[in-house]
Design a protein around this ligand. Structure first.
Ligand SMILES: Nc1ncnc2c1ncn2[C@@H]1O[C@H](COP(=O)(O)OP(=O)(O)OP(=O)(O)O)[C@@H](O)[C@H]1O
Ligand SMILES: [Mg+2]
Length: 468
């Protein structure tokens, strides 16, 4: 049976089955005949003992006309023999400008208590990738367009290009959520496009905080939000990514520039691993689901065209070689690695330039001056890394004059690339600073040219641009 098959009245053909087993979020539904079996990803509706509607998505076909499904909400009070209706459709969510300022869950239901979302259109959250169309004429030719973030270290070393994917990668508590929030704060306010925030498996309160931040910043009418947080079953956390991307695709198809923020993509992989285990699949040697690569790939293949994506990626046990992290890495154009060492020293944002990378840092994209300055900064940091070890053993006085100058400039640069953030005002008590790219470049030039060699390094900590 295919999605297009319809019953006599033009509606998708519904079939009736029965719940035969419930194991946590995994539910087996038995159908009478093989023709009645729903497609993969199709939606099957059932009700719990106490009358709660439950949405299941088909994850696997088993022998004996059994559809193994994953529930999108808790299966508490779901009983065997409950009637289950295969809808003949995959999961669809409402799409339209009505979603600006709204928060939805994986199924497109409102979470904000602001009443039902009535839209003319709906869209399926799972799509056959081969059928996704893209407007290539808009992309072809033309210089890559830089999105100014106002965050010095990001603009200098990780320039954001429209339509690219940027990852913020780091262990627990290294500042991923704060940096993503600051990016939203800075870009969305300046930007005329639209923004989608997708919360995946993270703290529930963070969604709440974000909502209030958007409201205070007056950007709520530019933002759509989809959440599947840590209290939700794995089916919701896994599929909410697709819900978020579907919103982004809607905005893209309506001809807008789209910013897609996701916190946290690692939780998507983790939910996939939970589902895989519950479905009884043998994990790969690395302990993750055997489908890890294709799951991460499917999501990233859908983020294209005018969608610029920012992804927070949690790194388990600070291990950058974790297979989930590596799988996500390969789809990112820019990777900002947050280092614990830096955050412990109060150097926020704790991006380690030498562990990070960015393919947009190219003279053809950012211009020759910017490129040359960025390379000089990286050269100084690389040398500083060596000198640091020497200084730790023999002290700074033993360095040659040239090395000592470089060492001191490196420390100033390192301090200069910290920045007070608007969204962190509550932690730091310092006012946020938005620094133009030109100001960042001018300041960096002053430091590397030695024009501010006479100033103390502390003068560069948590400032905006360097004032002459
Ligand atoms: N730019 C910043 N300025 C000041 N403090 C910061 C900054 N970034 C992070 N912090 C501090 O670090 C804490 C943790 O940051 P954040 O919640 O962003 O970490 P995370 O990487 O998202 O952690 P998790 O993996 O647990 O989600 C913040 O509550 C704040 O105290
Ligand atoms: Mg976080």
């Amino acid at each position: 049976m295919s999605h297009s098959e319809t019953g006599t009245d033009g509606q998708p053909r519904q079939t009736i089955g029965k719940v035969v087993a419930v194991q946590g979020p995994v539910v087996d539904v038995k159908f009478n005949a093989i023709e009645d079996m729903p497609d993969m990803h199709d939606m099957v509706m059932t009700k719990t003992f106490d009358g709660r509607e439950l949405t299941l998505l088909v994850a696997e076909h088993l022998e004996g006309n059994l559809a193994r499904c994953v529930a999108l909400s808790a299966t508490l009070n779901l009983q065997r023999n409950a009637t289950a209706t295969a809808t003949g459709q995959s999961l669809r969510i409402p799409v339209g400008d009505e979603l600006f300022g709204r928060i939805i869950n994986v199924m497109g239901q409102p979470l904000d208590g602001k009443g039902p979302i009535r839209t003319e259109k709906t869209a399926a959250i799972h799509r056959d990738l081969s059928k996704v169309e893209m407007n290539m004429t808009k992309l072809a030719g033309g210089r890559p367009e830089i999105v100014e973030t106002g965050i010095k270290v990001v603009d200098l070393l990780f320039p954001v290009v429209r339509g690219s994917k940027t990852g913020v990668i780091g262990g627990a508590g290294c500042g991923k959520t704060v940096l993503i929030s600051e990016l939203i704060h800075n870009i969305v306010e300046e930007h005329d496009g639209a923004c989608v925030f997708c919360g995946i498996g993270e703290r529930i309160r963070e969604g709440n905080e974000l909502y209030h931040e958007f409201r205070e910043a007056g950007i709520l009418d530019k933002v759509m939000m989809a959440f599947g947080q840590m209290d939700e079953p794995p089916g919701a956390r896994f599929n909410v990514v697709q819900t978020g991307i579907t919103l982004a695709e809607y905005l893209q198809n309506s001809g807008r520039e789209v910013l897609l923020f996701m916190d946290n993509v690692f939780r998507f992989v983790q939910a996939g691993a939970e589902i895989s285990t519950l479905l009884g699949r043998t994990p790969s040697e690395t302990g993750y689901q055997p489908t890890l690569g294709s799951e991460v790939g499917d999501v990233h293949e859908r983020i294209k065209g005018s969608i610029s994506a920012f992804e927070a990626v949690y790194v388990p046990a600070d291990d950058l070689t974790d297979p989930a992290v590596v799988a996500i890495f390969s789809y990112l154009d820019a990777v900002m690695v947050l280092s614990r060492e830096r955050t412990q020293l109060g150097l926020y944002p704790g991006i380690d330039p030498l562990a990070s990378s960015c393919s947009n840092l190219d003279s053809g994209v950012v211009g020759q001056r910017h490129f040359d300055l960025s390379q000089e900064v990286l050269r100084i940091f690389t040398k500083y890394d060596e000198l640091r070890r020497i200084v730790a053993v023999i002290g700074i006085d033993e360095l040659s004059k040239a090395d000592r100058t470089l060492y001191e400039r490196a420390r100033k640069l390192q301090y200069f690339l910290t920045q007070p953030m608007f969204v962190a005002e509550a932690f730091t008590g310092r006012k946020g600073q938005f620094v133009r790219i030109g100001e960042t470049l001018d300041s960096v030039e002053m430091i590397v040219d030695g024009r501010v060699d006479d100033r103390g390094e502390d003068e560069f900590y948590m400032i905006g641009k360097v004032e002459l």
